[in-house]
Each structure stands twice: as structure tokens, then as C-alpha cells.
Design a protein around this ligand. Sequence first.
Ligand code: NDP
Length: 332
Amino acid sequence: GRAWHLVARPHGWPKPEDFALREAPVGEPAEGRILVRNLYFSVDPYMRGRMNDQKSYVPPFQLDQPMEGGAVGEVVASSAEGFAVGDHVLHGLGWREYAEVPAAQAAKIDAAKAPLSAYLGVLGMPGLTAYAGLFEVASFKEGDAVFVSGAAGAVGSQVGQLARIKGASRVIGSAGSDEKVKKLVEEYGFDAAFNYKNGPVAEQLKQAAPDGIDVYFDNVGGDHLEAALSSFNVHGRATICGMIAQYNATEPTPAPRNLALVIGKRLRLQGMMVNDHRALQPKFVEEVSGWLASGELKFDETVVEGIDRGVDAFLGLLRGENTGKMVVSLAG
Ligand code: NDP
């Protein structure tokens, strides 16, 4: 089987030469392990951080080793109790065709309940991020006006729809193309949306939210966070989930310049890590499955075919080529 290795640490935007697709041996799984043929693997913004050699909440990728990340696949050999050939599992050894996974790090998933790729997106880590980030971290309550950036992405598209379903007074989203903006309003039921590339974010947000916002779900940082601070009503709450606008920056980024607004408006800005919210998992799956079944919650996936296009998929994600969750399919 083949696996993607990181072979050089990117400075700024990653280049295709920073990665190599290499052949790896596939054997019988060791005791307590299963051999999984991966059917989909996830590419996520946080992986950019793991390409740097710096201490963070997840250890850096090792050079000349397979990269890791969420994946779903089919068990093709098992030396672990509780797993049989043919079972579908979710695990953390993506970026490769075959993975030998310790049984304790694999979770069985039901292909009859949802498409397998959904366990990487709407029913997986990004979905839980949206759910926990809105309801637990931002303390969302009915009647709040909610602004979310990165609104056509995996996390953002779910945040906006969850806010609508739970009775937000107004849901506003920003995204990087007119097509995405149209989708937010026409398909996901946002009340207003704008393309951040069409003009200053602060001005566009003021127009979209003339009565201000109570919750800001930040996926982007920079001028988006600055704009949210300006538009916040008193006692506003921000979930600081991601700052993708600066993941490839080589210089310190300036905004927000208006942080002092936090004082007079008594704002709460709170960072989040999805792994802190595992206790919500059962409630999240139950509620979100229900809204998917009823059609209240919609989701998109951008599926890139073939392991050889894995790095293209990751680079495309950073450039905004995805609508909804970006996944790589190895199923074909
Ligand atoms: P997305 O599906 O949202 O994909 C990334 C999107 O970011 C792109 O589609 C692109 O859309 C947008 N983007 C890229 N560059 C910029 C830029 N300079 N300014 C504004 N938008 C940009 O990814 P996810 O839903 O997986 O993740 C969304 C955010 O949530 C990320 O910041 C990620 O790091 C964070 N995250 C944090 C977690 C946590 O525990 N804290 C867990 C999971 C995700 P566009 O066309 O609109 O520009």
C-alpha cells in the first residue's frame, strides 16, 4: 500500500515537493491490532500546524513517516477481539491505503446509518466542533444573533444551521466566493451572507447584521475577528475555534486592533479544543442524526478521488476549493 510522507517542513504555503507518496509494506496485523483498507481519509486545516516543528496540542508530523489523520475503512484482517473482517471503522491513521490500527484506537461505525464519509464530517470531529463550540463554548441561547466565518466549510456550515434550528434571531455567514454565499442563504437557511473578498469585512458585517451580533464563531481570525468585535452587542460571546487566515503566515498578523472593545461590551472570547468535549458525543450524534433524517440539517462534501491526489486535496482546502467537508476517496 502507499502512504503520504512529509519530507520537508513547509515555510509559509506548503508546496507539493514537501510531500512524497511512498510504498509501505502490508502484513498480517500484530496481536491486538486490525488491518484496515482505508476508504476515505480526511484533510483538515489543523494538519498545517502539525507540519511545523513546534510544540502544540498535537505533536508535529515526523519527517519521512506516514502522516496521520482521521480515516474510515474496512477491516481486511483482524488479530483483535471484537473486530471482524468486513467491519467498518473510524480511526486516526489516514493518508495511506492500508493502516494497521491498535483496536483501542478504532471505533466501529454503521454504514447503514450514514454514508461512511459522514463520520469524518457532519457526524464526526468537525460536527462535534460545531455542536460543542456553539452550545457549550459560546453558551448559545434562543434569540441570539450569530455570525460564523468560514461558513461554507465543514464546521461553519454546521454552526450556522444548528443556530437556525435552535432558534437564533439571525444567522450571518461569510465565505470566499459568491457561489458559496448563495448556497448559505438558499440551501442552508442563513438570513444573510457575504463574500469577504468583495470588500472590508467590518462594513459587510454591519450591513448584514444592522442590530449587532451576540455570538461569533471564529474559524478565520484576523479582520474577521476585528469585525466581529465591532459588531458585538454587550455580553457577546466568541468561540475562537480556528484562525485559518494566518496558518500560512510567515510574519505576525496585526488584527484585531480593537481588542479594547472587550472591556466596555463585557465580551467573552473563549478558545476551544474539540477533544475537551468528548462527553457531548452521544447527545451530539443523537441530535444531529435526527436533524439529518428530518432534512433540517444539510451537508456537503467535496470528494477528491485517489490517494495520489491527497496533497492536492489538502492544498485545495487551504485555498477554499471545498464546499462542506473535504475528503479523499480511496474507494474507487
Ligand atoms: P473548512 O471546511 O472550513 O475548510 C477551510 C476553509 O477555510 C476553506 O474552504 C476556505 O473557504 C477558508 N479559508 C481559507 N483561507 C482563508 C482566509 N485567508 N480567510 C478566510 N477563510 C479562509 O475547514 P474545517 O471546517 O475543517 O475547519 C474550520 C476551522 O475550524 C479551521 O480554522 C480549523 O482549524 C478549525 N477547527 C478547530 C477545531 C478545534 O478543536 N479548535 C476542530 C476542527 C476545526 P473560503 O472559500 O470561504 O475562503
